[in-house]
Every structure is written in structure tokens, then in C-alpha cells.
Ligand binder design. Structure first.
Ligand SMILES: NC(=O)c1ccc[n+]([C@@H]2O[C@H](COP(=O)([O-])OP(=O)(O)OC[C@H]3O[C@@H](n4cnc5c(N)ncnc54)[C@H](O)[C@@H]3O)[C@@H](O)[C@H]2O)c1
Length: 331
């Protein structure tokens, strides 16, 4: 069996490839332009496995997917996208262009595909909806709050991405599922997300220490659970043509995440400044994950303390390596 992972050098794609590569009956093809993904130690180790193949290519360029469409993949996971809030603000047009063009190319070159296509969407598709039920099921109205605000370029691209899959499948007849990830966290996710961001600022000894949106809530889901869930969705027929939330059905206050990380780092900030999150940030996020359980039997269960500890330990090492590299560069 063969699986193709677009964006496989990024956070989600790498962990998915790592999980799937443990199955010797699967050949994993990774395609990534390395615009954000990196060939770091973890990724290099993955590439040494005999069932993992990597292509450094931009899938906005049609010829790349054309060649790959000749291979008989069983699964295609579309994880390539511009992600990360800073990029949405700085490059909204590029976010839209990249996320839509890659999705259109994938659908057009695999329109006669006999396996299953997976589209990785996000909770952001309904962040513009102010009247959300909590926990939030898949059927709520998707919307963006403001077409002029660059922040919504990403959510807009994902709403249209979902539509492209739904209507593309109706036109061409391929099998697909759409998953909406909710605050997946873990090792090797870059430094822009909340958990690694806190860890980095602790190591930089930020003073006064800024705490953002402490009363907001999220349902943090550990990456390994998220990838198990994604694989369950991919391998089930019951999930065909469905949109499915992937996340942990438990709400955690952002302030409690700060406390947990302070404890792990044995850090007591001398002075704290409490700040609101940037405008447009969601106050509460809490997915209804009953559909995932009903269709696949799977629940994302890793305890938040356990997941944060694993993440913290990885980042501690990564930051130590970065410091050594920076010192060497300065010399
Ligand atoms: N991390 C989360 O919590 C989360 C939440 C919701 C949705 N998602 C979705 O999951 C998917 C993966 O997210 P992630 O967190 O791994 O992001 P990421 O930025 O870590 O990974 C995306 C990868 O895609 C690659 N890429 C981008 N454009 C490309 C192109 N044109 N051609 C080839 N490669 C390209 C990048 O280099 C990067 O390695 C995305 O679709 C994202 O929208 C993630």
C-alpha cells in the first residue's frame, strides 16, 4: 500500500509520516517545498527509513502532481498549506493563493483516484460565527468575520477548500473525508503556537513575563492522538464524504497551561503582565468529538499534563541545541 502526504515536512505531516512508517506494508511518499517544513534531526531520521520517500517540490506547480498521479496511492493526505497566524497577517494573498491552488491541483490531478483523499481543515472555519454551541459539532455554520481583516485569509481558504473537496468529489466521484483539527500540539510544531511560545519565552527569561488570554479556553489535543485519529478516519468506509472534528473533548484554560509549563520549568516570573489575545481570537474552543468516536471508535485521550510534559521535554532539548548553534555562529 502507498500513502502520499503533501506538506509532510511540517508539523502534522511529519508526525503522520512517522506513525505510518511504522507499518512496513505501507510506502510513504512525502512532498513538501520546505517553505515552512525543515530537514531537521527528526525529519532526517524519518527519511532514513526504507519505506519513506521525499520530494522537495512545490505542488502549486502542476507537473509535480502529474508525475505522482501515475503512482497508485491508496491514501492521500493533503496537509500542505500556509499555517501560522503571523503568516495570515503578513501574507494574506499568498495564504489564499497557496492553500487554494494546491487543493485545486490535487483534486484535478487525482480526479480519477481510486483510493481515499483526506483534507485537513480547521476549527477556524467557524471562528467567525459568534453563536456557537459548546461543545461545537461539525454542523454549525461556517463563516469568516471580516473579508478585509487579513487574519481571515486562512479560514476563508479552508472553507473554500472544504467546498472544493465536497463538490469536486460529486463531479469526479473520488472518495474523501474532511477532518477539522482543533488545537493539535506536540513536539516539533515550530515556535509560533501557544505552548512552544511560552516555553521559548521562559528560556529567554522574559521579564516582565507576558501572559496572553489567560481566561480563554482551548481543547488541546496531543499530536500522537490526532494522528491516530486521522489514520482511523482514513481507513474507515463510514467516514466517507463526512466532515469530522479531531480534537480532545475537554476544555482547558490558557492560564492553566501557563501554570503547568511554569511548574515543569521550575520558573517563577518576577513580574507578570496580563494581556488580551489579539483581536479576533476565539474566547472558548471546545469541539464536539462524538462523531469521531461513533464512526471510528477512537477518542483522543492523552492527558494534558502528560502531553505538555512530552512537548516541554522535546523543546527543552531543541532550545538547548539552538543556543549552542547560535553561540557557534556568533564566534
Ligand atoms: N497544527 C494544528 O493545530 C492545525 C490545526 C488546524 C488545521 N491544521 C491543518 O493541518 C495541516 C498541516 O498543518 P501544520 O500545522 O502541519 O502546518 P505546517 O506549516 O507545519 O506544515 C505545512 C507544510 O506544508 C508545506 N507547504 C506549504 N505550501 C506548500 C506547497 N505549495 N507545496 C509543497 N509544500 C507546501 C510547508 O513547507 C509545511 O512543511 C494544514 O492543512 C493545516 O491547515 C493544523
Amino acid at each position: 500500500m502507498k500513502a502520499l502526504i503533501t506538506g509532510g515536512a511540517g508539523f502534522v505531516g511529519y508526525h503522520l509520516a512517522e506513525l505510518l512508517s511504522q507499518n512496513q506494508n505501507l510506502q510513504i511518499y512525502i512532498i513538501d517545498d520546505l517553505s515552512r517544513g525543515k530537514i531537521d534531526n527528526n525529519f532526517s531520521k524519518l527519511l532514513k527509513k526504507n519505506n519513506v520517500f521525499f520530494f522537495k517540490k512545490d505542488i502549486k506547480k502542476p507537473d509535480v502532481l502529474k508525475k505522482l498521479s501515475e503512482k497508485n496511492f491508496n491514501y492521500i493526505f493533503h496537509c500542505a498549506a500556509v499555517c501560522g497566524t503571523r503568516l495570515f497577517y503578513e501574507k494574506p494573498y499568498y495564504t489564499l493563493l497557496n492553500n487554494l491552488q494546491t487543493t485545486i491541483n490535487l483534486i484535478e490531478f487525482f480526479k480519477n483516484f481510486k483510493g481515499k483523499l483526506l483534507f485537513t481543515s480547521t476549527s477556524e472555519v467557524y471562528s467567525g460565527n459568534e453563536n456557537l454551541p459548546l461543545p461545537t459539532p461539525e454542523v454549525v455554520r461556517t463563516s469568516i468575520a471580516d473579508v478585509f481583516n487579513p487574519r481571515w485569509s486562512y479560514a476563508g481558504s479552508k472553507i473554500v477548500g472544504e467546498q472544493l473537496f465536497i463538490h469536486g468529489a460529486k463531479k469526479y466521484g473520488f472518495r474523501y473525508s474532511i477532518v477539522r483539527f482543533h488545537n493539535i500540539y506536540g513536539e516539533r510544531m515550530g515556535y509560533e503556537h501557544v505552548i512552544p511560545g511560552i516555553i521559548k519565552r521562559i528560556f529567554e527569561k522574559q521579564n516582565p513575563f507576558e501572559i496572553f488570554g489567560r481566561n480563554e479556553t482551548r481543547s488541546f489535543c496531543y499530536i500522537k492522538d490526532g494522528m491516530e485519529a486521522l489514520w482511523k478516519v482514513a481507513t474507515s468506509n463510514k467516514t466517507d464524504s463526512k466532515i469530522i472534528n479531531i480534537g480532545r473533548g475537554e476544555e482547558t484554560k490558557i492560564g492553566d497551561i501557563y501554570k503547568e509549563i511554569f511548574k515543569l520549568a521550575d520558573f517563577r516570573p518576577k513580574k507578570v503582565i496580563y494581556k488580551d489575545s489579539p483581536k479576533g481570537s476565539t474566547k472558548r474552543r471546545y469541539p464536539d468529538v462524538k462523531l469521531l468516536k461513533k464512526l471510528t471508535g477512537y477518542e483522543c485521550k492523552t492527558d494534558i499534563k502528560k502531553g505538555v510534559k512530552k512537548t516541554f521535554d522535546w523543546y527543552k532539548k531543541d532550545l538547548a541545541n539552538l543556543m549552542i548553534t547560535n553561540t557557534k555562529t556568533k564566534i
